[in-house]
Design a protein around this ligand. Structure first.
Ligand SMILES: O=C(O)CCC(=O)C(=O)O
Length: 352
């Protein structure tokens, strides 16, 4: 019986793949992606998930971006002027107006209960499986064994996308690239869609966004993280003229006995110099510079329950918040969305 079921699934997956290839030949990438996504909700096919990662990347180069926003950044009213610290909302108040008000006036906004318990556990399990299969790959297992949880995404080189992806560096800092996990990325993109995050970001950025391969990660930060966790603003590495927003979601409780993030709770208007005296790394901001930049709003350590999110952009000054004596690892999603009309191409787009 299970053989028949498996055979049926594999035949159905082959038919779906054939149809998708034919749509792609006609340059109908978004349709091919939608079709495969729907088919795969039933079929859970490794081949479909691997093709989806590639199509999501390739489709960017067949997409003509248009933005509904003539200028950037926007200047939304401050709806949280009377709330000290980082503004907080609950899931039912999650919309582009409120998020933009928090990010552009206060540097970030916390959304409590962003994901459901089921979504949290799906994504946490996805991370556990991705790490395990990446470990197997590092021990020499071929991709046929590590799929669908770990298949390194190496897109065909195009101008501007040549930078090496140092997977060891990501892993040391407690991260796996979501695009390296075809099933992890499939689950992530569905969760972002089902939770209303993709639609919110579409309105916020003024166009259907693309994630970044290099910056969208599945994170397991060890309780005793012993790696680079310097203060930084992502804008120091992302270049000028971009439109971006990061949705960071805790998948375990964190901030007391598990690492979370330390954050300056205000909107920064400039990029603070990196590598100055006392900085841990040439890319990071020194404690002294953080203190000066924070002024009357000193850094806070975020305290989250699983499923809570924080949304911020490239100006936000933050670091992984870890202290000696923590007893639990922390799981999280880091999803950086960019507007395709001004995409920093070296970040490697994935259309959602
Ligand atoms: O998850 C972390 O600890 C760090 C995340 C981060 O730096 C980011 O989302 O930009």
């Amino acid at each position: 019986m299970s053989f028949l079921t498996d055979k049926w699934r594999s035949q159905a997956a082959s038919r779906a793949l054939r149809k998708a290839h034919s749509l792609v030949k006609q340059n109908r990438y978004p349709e091919a992606i939608r079709f495969l996504t729907e088919a795969n909700r039933r079929l859970h096919s490794s081949a479909i998930e691997i093709l989806l990662v590639n199509l999501r990347h390739d489709s960017f180069f067949h997409h003509v971006p248009t933005s509904s926003l003539a200028s950037w950044p926007p200047h939304p009213d401050d709806l949280y002027a009377d709330q000290p610290g980082i503004p907080e909302i609950d899931r039912q108040d999650f919309n582009a107006t409120n998020v933009a008000s928090g990010v552009f006036n206060h540097g970030s906004i916390i959304v409590r209960n962003m994901l459901t318990k089921d979504q949290v556990s799906l994504m946490r399990n996805s991370i556990i499986k991705t790490y395990a299969q990446h470990d197997k790959a590092m021990a020499g297992a071929p991709e046929t064994e590590t799929a669908p949880w770990f298949v390194p995404f190496n897109p065909a080189p195009r101008e501007g996308t040549e930078a090496i992806t140092d997977r060891g560096w990501y892993r040391q800092g407690g991260a796996e690239l979501a695009a390296d996990s075809p099933r992890g990325l499939f689950n992530l993109i569905n969760c972002l869609q089902d939770a209303g995050i993709t639609d919110m970001v579409t309105e916020y950025l003024g166009e259907r966004p693309a994630l970044s391969v290099r910056k969208t990660s599945l994170r397991q930060i060890p309780k005793d993280l012993n790696a680079e966790n310097g203060w930084h603003q992502d804008g120091a590495f992302l270049g000028q003229g971009i439109r971006t927003v990061n949705v960071w979601i805790a998948l375990t409780d964190c901030g007391v006995d598990a690492p979370s993030m330390d954050m300056v709770p205000r909107r920064m208007t400039n990029i603070v110099p990196t590598g100055t005296e006392g900085a841990m790394f040439d890319w990071s901001v020194s404690q002294l510079a953080v203190r000066d930049a924070a002024g009357e709003t000193p850094p806070v350590r975020l305290q989250f329950r699983e499923g809570d999110a924080i949304i911020f952009d490239e100006m936000n000054l933050h670091r992984t918040g870890v202290s000696p004596g923590m007893t639990k690892d922390r799981f999280a999603i880091e999803a950086w969305f960019f507007a395709p009309s001004c995409y920093p191409i070296e970040q490697l787009p994935i259309m959602v």
